[in-house]
Ligand binder design. Structure first.
Ligand code: C2E
Ligand code: MG
Ligand code: MG
Length: 695
């Protein structure tokens, strides 16, 4: 009800303020939605927002006018009332359009605020002009000006606030900030409305008083509640949309993060933190497509020689440690602009795209080979390795990624063939390892089917008496296409393909049978030594195979010796220990082959029931020239004696070497000094010479 003394209805004044605050709140929230949405939804928020905000502002004017004694209940003309509403909507549309822009310059603030303020004033004064007051209205110029100033300043304040309330990166807008902003704005709008109302001077105040009603104004309440209702709905909608957007944004952000981590994971080698093959190939793709065609670059393939042996004998932990140290040294050896990647267990690749003429590629390769040839300290062991490097060059050796990689790989294998510890540039005719392997495998399968494998025999000799103490069976394969393929090449392929089980059983049986055959011809029964691969030892049926061969050939078990490398035993030491015990129980002699190359030590070997150590040729060959080799061989023989192990010196080629072994009390030797590995017939001839009486 309108207070007759003040001339205002307090409830409606309160409602004006409430609607104004709600309109401001809706304005700020809608401004955010418009800013954060895109495309059609942005346009929809803008249009809907303009309507709702416009309606809200217009309602403040409407309710305000109905709250005064002088205007309440006055009839209105429809057209100017609608035009007034249109001005409210247009002003809101302008406000939301300005808020969408990135920056609020001073010029934009003043100009935008002024246009908005004038828009609001127009909305209001056109609205008032719709009232039938029974004569021309006039305005108090001071209050009129003041109302415009409030409208312009209020609009500028609203613009400024909505930019202030814009969410910056990493900052959240707090509810109280928006709420207090809306309160200030609401007060400014209401202030403007009531100042403008006060500015109106009616022609016949008395008439107006009579016309005006002191009864509660239903229409004003209806409009107020309708406006509040609509704005509430819009607020809820905008909060819901904000929630959706932020969960979408969170989802997008976590997807981005997951993608990033996934990419890092799939493109990085976890052990060395170096790029992996994937990233290296991407780099190659980029170089090949970047339009840098014509610009030379080089691809290096780096492979550690005999890494598997170290890994097997020292354990995987040490193998990993070695790879990490190798990676660190490689990082130093290459240049900052080069990409170094780990592409396999002990394989690294480098893409070198800056200054890569042949000479500087060779310099890098030399640096790699020499830096990796220095000893590595792995736990308590000093480990020495060598490295083979292959280099292919763009565009000379290929203009396509795979060709460059395969050619670098082929060059690396050629470096290995050339004795390892070196590097090679790709040359036409070098076959990639895959091609070589595939060919070797298929020929080997044929060789097995056609019984083309043979055995050669090398005697073991007593160091003191020169008597033959036994014989070692060594695999031989002469292929019509590939020529003579040494066991060092055959065995790895056979191991990879599983053919080793078939070959191994054939070797065992043929060797045992051979021993019995020679014996049948009157020669003394010789102890036959057969080399075993780790795969055979770890095979479930191995004991059965040994028993079967012994029973088929009738060779007494004490005339069979099995040679195993340290790495073969160390691959699965528990199982090896169990199998070796069973073999020993049968009476079979067990030897450690190539002793010294496997990095294990005697104390580790103590737990295995072995009879004999065969000192590797790489040590015995240097006993007369290299003090360190001599010291090692001497120490090994002394330790072997203390552990009650026989010693066989491998690869004895000279009398001097033999004299050294005799001096340090090694018991047996093998080597070219006595005899090379001989074919079955030649070995029989050899026996005939030694044992003429029996022939
Ligand atoms: P290994 O068991 O240590 O055999 C000794 C190797 O040294 C043989 O090479 C032999 O011909 C060579 N050799 C012997 N005395 C001398 C010498 O005085 N000077 C020089 N320079 N070399 C000498 P081969 O036959 O090429 O065998 C190489 C390796 O292949 C063998 O080393 C053995 O580990 C493996 N192997 C050979 N046959 C078989 C087999 O049937 N099964 C398995 N699993 N491995 C085999
Ligand atoms: Mg051997
Ligand atoms: Mg050996």
């Amino acid at each position: 009800m309108i207070d007759a003394y003040t001339g205002y209805a307090p409830t409606l004044v309160g409602l004006t303020l409430l609607v104004a605050v709600m309109a401001s709140l809706a304005g700020f929230c809608l401004a955010l939605r418009v800013r954060l949405s895109q495309g059609l939804s942005q346009r929809l928020w803008w249009a809907g927002g303009s309507l709702v905000m416009g309606l809200g502002m217009w309602s403040t004017h409407f309710i305000g006018s109905r709250a005064t004694l002088v205007m309440a209940g006055l009839p209105r003309e429809l057209l100017p009332t609608l035009i007034s509403l249109v001005f409210g909507v247009l002003t809101s549309a302008l406000a939301l359009a300005i808020i969408q822009t990135r920056w609020l310059s001073a010029c934009k603030l003043v100009l935008g605020g002024s246009v908005m303020g004038i828009g609001i004033a127009l909305m209001h004064y056109i609205g008032i002009s719709a009232l039938h007051v029974g004569g021309p209205m006039s305005y108090d110029p001071l209050l009129f000006m003041l109302s415009i100033v409030i409208a312009v300043n209020g609009s500028m304040g609203a613009l400024w606030l909505s930019f202030r309330l814009k969410p910056e990166e990493g900052r959240k807008i707090t509810l109280w900030k928006t709420g207090s902003g809306a309160l200030v704005m609401g007060m400014a709008i209401s202030g403007m409305v009531y100042t403008a109302i006060a500015a109106v001077e009616f022609p016949h105040q008395g008439v107006a008083l009579q016309i005006g009603s002191t009864m509660p104004d239903r229409l004003a309440f209806t409009i107020a509640f309708a406006a509040i209702g609509i704005m509430l709905i819009v607020l809820v909608l905008s909060i819901y949309d904000a929630h959706l957007t932020s969960s979408n944004a969170r989802l997008a952000a976590s997807l981005r993060k997951a993608n990033f981590e996934l990419k890092a994971l799939v493109s990085c080698d976890p052990l060395t933190r170096l790029p992996n093959r994937l990233l290296l190939e991407e780099r190659l793709d980029a170089l090949l497509t970047q339009g840098e065609a014509g610009k030379e670059f080089a691809v290096f393939f780096v492979d550690l020689d005999r890494f598997k042996t170290i890994n097997d004998s020292l354990g995987h932990h040490s193998g990993d440690e070695l790879i990490q140290q190798v990676a660190s040294r490689l990082k130093v050896a290459v240049r900052n602009s080069d990409m170094l990647a780990r592409v396999g267990g002990d394989e690294f690749m480098i893409v070198s795209a800056e200054n890569t003429d042949k000479a500087s590629s060779a310099t890098i390769a030399k640096r790699i080979v020499s830096s990796l040839s220095k000893a590595f300290q792995i736990d308590d062991n000093l480990v020495r390795i060598t490295t083979s490097v292959g280099i292919s060059r763009y565009p000379a050796d290929g203009v396509e990624k795979h060709a460059l990689m395969i050619h670098a790989d082929a060059a690396m294998y050629s470096a290995k063939d050339a004795g390892r510890n070196t590097f090679k540039f790709f040359e036409p005719g070098m076959n990639s390892v895959t091609e070589k392997r595939a060919r070797l495998e298929s020929r080997l399968r044929d060789a097995i089917d056609n019984d083309a494998l043979t055995l050669a025999y090398q005697p073991k000799v007593n160091v003191v008496t020169g008597e033959i103490t036994g014989v070692e069976a060594l695999l031989r394969w002469h292929d019509a296409e590939l020529g003579h393929v040494p066991p060092d090449e055959v065995i790895p392929v056979a191991e990879e393909t599983g053919l080793i089980l078939q070959i191994g059983e054939w070797v065992l049986k043929t060797a045992c049978q051979q021993s019995m055959d020679w014996h049948a011809q009157g020669y003394p029964l010789l102890k036959m030594a057969v080399n075993l691969s780790a795969i055979q030892l770890n095979n479930r049926n191995f004991m059965e195979v040994v028993r079967r061969v012994l029973s088929q050939t009738q060779l007494p078990a004490q005339y069979l010796e099995l040679e195993l490398t340290e790495s073969a035993i160390m691959q699965n030491p528990d199982r090896a220990s169990m199998i070796l015990r069973r073999l020993r129980k049968l009476g079979i002699t067990l030897s450690i082959d190539d002793f010294g190359t496997g990095y294990s030590n005697l104390s580790q070997l103590k737990r295995f029931p072995i009879n004999c150590l065969k000192i590797d040729r790489s040590f015995t060959s240097g006993v007369n020239s290299d003090a360190q080799d001599a010291a090692i061989v001497k120490a090994v023989v002394a330790m072997a004696h203390s552990l009650n192990l026989e010693v066989v010196a491998e690869g004895i080629e000279t009398q001097e070497q033999l004299a050294f072994i005799r001096e340090i009390k090694g018991q047996q030797y093998q080597g070219y000094l006595c005899s090379k590995a001989l074919s079955s017939e030649d070995f029989q001839a050899f026996l005939k010479e030694r044992f003429p009486i029996n022939a």
